[in-house]
Design a protein around this ligand. Structure first.
Ligand code: PLP
Length: 373
């Protein structure tokens, strides 16, 4: 049997006519960037998320950079990021000239560790030649970071919060949608995300009117009215075709996330008792299982090789923590700096999880995990 990590054909087939009609409308209107189609999608995201403002942008990475810029983060400012996340979290910081400051993760949730943040913020004899101005908690794999704990610290230290909601759009923290608790929430609609476009797209959530207005200017070359450029902006606009596709798919997101939770519960029931650690859902958060992540007792490599040999597209997210990536060498970190991030990179691996997995496929995956020696 061959089971891919994700099967978008199966997701698209039942809603194909709706999607085709929405794309046709954009082509007929020949309005391809921003405009009424993007405004409509932004309104629907506001309704869905409960955030006051939603600003459609080019992708999730730009959503993070734009959020930081709109919050006044400048070149040379320090921005705390978890050491275990996708590259873009810290890449978006470094690419506006700010400095990623890495923190370790929690052993159970894989999200940023409060203790590690506290340690960074309270370093008395900080000989850092920069000030920490913001933090980016990532809601990794689809469950929220400990936002109450994080917000308590950030209020005390007066730093801004950009929630990296790339993997958790639709997840809830004590009834509040991920991305709506910090100063900004950055969302990715990369095609493989739980809500995926047909190309690159992203969005910023915020409750602050002034920040929302800045974001609209920054995403569109720094102008409010055409050809009058108020600030040095960027070309980070959302394509109208992507907004049209996302507006259709948004109606199904909760249903799809619920199916993912059912697949996860089925895996949990059937994998319990093995010598692997199952995903932990923190009491304060729902989990929308962008990834279903297991922890092997020693090494993930052999597990993934075994599953791949069985035709199952198991993956390692992420094999190298960010503080050990070549591109961040200039920051001066070394092996051993963030033990939990390093351990997670060595031990964790994923199983395919998406709403359309058949019973036969799920059982084959479970059986194959159990066969691992
Ligand atoms: C945690 C995280 N942050 C940021 C991003 C960047 O999003 P995008 O690929 O839309 O730029 C992604 C997704 O790729 C991600 O998983």
């Amino acid at each position: 049997m061959k089971i891919s990590a994700l099967d978008l054909k199966k997701q698209i087939a039942p809603i194909r006519q709706e999607l085709d009609a929405a794309i046709k409308e954009v082509i007929d209107n020949t309005s391809f960037i921003l405009g009424a189609g993007v405004d409509k999608f932004e309104r629907h995201v506001v309704e869905y998320s409960g955030a006051k403002y939603a600003i459609g942008v080019s992708n999730g990475t730009d959503a993070i950079s734009l959020s930081l810029l709109a919050l006044g983060i400048k070149a040379g400012d320090g921005v705390i990021c978890p050491a275990f996340t996708y590259y873009a979290t810290a890449g978006a910081v470094a690419n506006i000239g700010a400095r990623p400051v890495f923190a370790d993760i929690d052993e159970d949730t894989y999200n940023i560790s409060l203790k590690s943040i506290e340690r960074i913020l309270s370093r008395k004899n900080r000989r850092m030649p920069f000030k920490i101005k913001a933090i980016i908690p990532v809601h990794l794999y689809g469950a929220c970071a400990d936002m109450d704990g994080i917000l308590k610290l950030t209020r005390k230290h007066k730093i801004k919060v950009v929630e990296d909601t790339a993997q958790a759009f639709g997840a809830e923290y004590q009834g509040k949608k991920a991305g709506t608790m910090g100063d900004c929430g950055a969302v990715s609609f990369y095609p493989g995300k739980n809500l995926g476009a047909f190309g690159d797209a992203g969005l910023v959530l915020t409750n602050n009117k002034a920040v929302a207005e800045k974001l609209k200017i920054l995403r569109n070359q720094g102008n409010k009215n055409k050809y009058y450029h108020l600030v040095l902006g960027r070309n980070n606009r959302m394509d109208t075709i992507q907004a049209a596709v996302l507006d259709i798919k948004l109606k199904y997101l909760d249903l799809w996330n619920k199916s993912r939770q059912q697949v996860a519960q089925y895996y949990n029931r059937n994998l319990a008792g093995l010598d692997i650690k199952l995903p932990i859902v923190p009491v304060y958060s729902t989990h929308i299982y962008h990834q279903y992540t297991l922890r092997a007792p020693v090494s993930n490599k052999a597990f993934v090789e075994h599953l791949q040999a069985k035709g199952i597209d198991s993956r390692i997210f992420y094999p190298v923590p960010l503080h050990l990536q070549k591109c961040f060498k200039y920051l001066g970190y070394k092996a051993g700096d963030f033990p939990q991030a390093e351990k997670a990179a060595k031990q964790t691996f994923t199983l395919p999880i998406y709403p359309d997995l058949t019973g036969e496929e799920k059982d084959y995956i479970i059986q194959s995990v159990k066969e691992f020696k």
